[in-house]
Design a protein around this ligand. Sequence first.
Ligand SMILES: Cc1cc2nc3c(=O)[nH]c(=O)nc-3n(C[C@H](O)[C@H](O)[C@H](O)COP(=O)(O)O)c2cc1C
Length: 370
Amino acid sequence: MATSPILQPTKLGDLALKNRVVMAPLTRSRSPKDGVPPPFAADYYGQRAGCGLIVSEATNISPQGVGYAYTPGIWSDQQVERWRAITGTVHANDGLIFLQLWHCGRISHPDVQPGGATPVSASAIRPKGTAFTETGMQAHVTPRALETDEIPGIVEDYRRAAVNAKAAGFDGVEVHSANNYLLEQFVRDTTNHRTDRYGGSIENRLRFPLEVVRAVTEVWGGGGRVGIRLSPATSAPGDTPLDSDPRATYGAYVDALAAFGLLYIHLIEGVTQQTRDTPDGVDRADLRRRFKGAYIGNNQMTLALAEKELAAGHADLFSFGRPYIANPDLVDRLATGAPLAEAPKPYWYGGGANGYSDWPGMHGPVDVRR
Ligand SMILES: Cc1cc2nc3c(=O)[nH]c(=O)nc-3n(C[C@H](O)[C@H](O)[C@H](O)COP(=O)(O)O)c2cc1C
């Protein structure tokens, strides 16, 4: 266990990682309306700095990008300042942290949009299910299809967010192109019915996500500190149908991402949180083969599975989501075989420090250096 190759130091591009364990991005909805993370978020992230790399909770690039109540942003000076305190704490604890850049698109609700606006998407197709708002869960609405000439403005929002992430002291950024949020709404032909140059052919559907990747890599001096998250087999949220040809669509996507020299792809393997089984037409081995950078595997990961995947050459790094909620010292527990604590669901989203930054380690409170 302690000698597990998963827990040995490794390299990710020019970054030296303590181990191959990644903390997966976890939305915890602890930020007030101004999108400034709470002060105790520095404790939360600092306590979890024992992994090789933390990917932050998804963070809105703009007020229009917001889809869930109490989620943080990276567009205002106050947000940047608070994130700087968080990254400073992670670094003081010898950790590394990337910011996940988020625009929810249609997975939103007028109640969380500026001025009660209708959420935007590639096309005016209403997602199934409900949105998390300050007044509770509310049915999704039919989004407004973005005008062609609005898209450059959103690319600029990503660029500004990438600039702000740098100013906030992050070690890199992860473009959130997974879980059926705005970028994936453009990628899939089931949610993109556009007839302009951002819809139709695979090349056209990838145009906007790749414009975003281009802007972000320009800010970060190339792809060396930029990763991306993909989820070709996931239908949540919104009960979103998969692309009609995931192999061709995501294959072309990964080829283009490889050409940008991105640091890693972070793949949700199977259906998020539900199963690692992959539907027909989704071929993660093919995606890994096409990509030159690192591959982070995610979904229901265990130490034993990570060891198997590493030995088989299927992945380089392994991200853990739910286990990080109640196990700030997850790496130590994996090293010793100690049991993992389970976080009751009411603690997942919303609330304060309770059930968030007050989970003890195996031996009591986890010390955080400042
Ligand atoms: C409470 C919670 C919040 C999540 N928030 C995010 C998020 O902000 N960004 C993201 O890409 N995935 C998010 N996910 C998905 C996780 O990163 C991960 O892909 C998923 O939980 C499967 O991994 P696991 O089996 O290790 O939990 C979230 C999952 C949970 C349970």
